[in-house]
Design a protein. Sequence first.
Length: 115
Amino acid sequence: VQLVESGGGLVQPGGSLRLSCAASGFSFRSYPMTWYRRVPGKERELVATITGAGDSAYVADSVKDRFTISRDNAKNTVYLQMNSLKPDDTAVYYCNVNIAWQGYWGQGTQVTVSS
């Protein structure tokens, strides 16, 4: 199993970014995918999760109405569209899949929201 995140960077408050997570090594369409974020010194936070078929999603209240999770099963990729970014969104963002009670993680992508 391999998960590779991309798309992070430095953005001004109010800006947008789209994160991607390219997956391989498993039957991508069969598993829900989840985005988490972590700020040093704080608990890891679940940001959004989406079903294998992409027909249902959950987005945390802290980012609801600003972030959208989606997936393209033909490309084995899950996305996180982040709009109206705030400094509090600064974190390392990780994608995750759980297979047979084993959690798999990518290396993370840094998102920094600052003027």
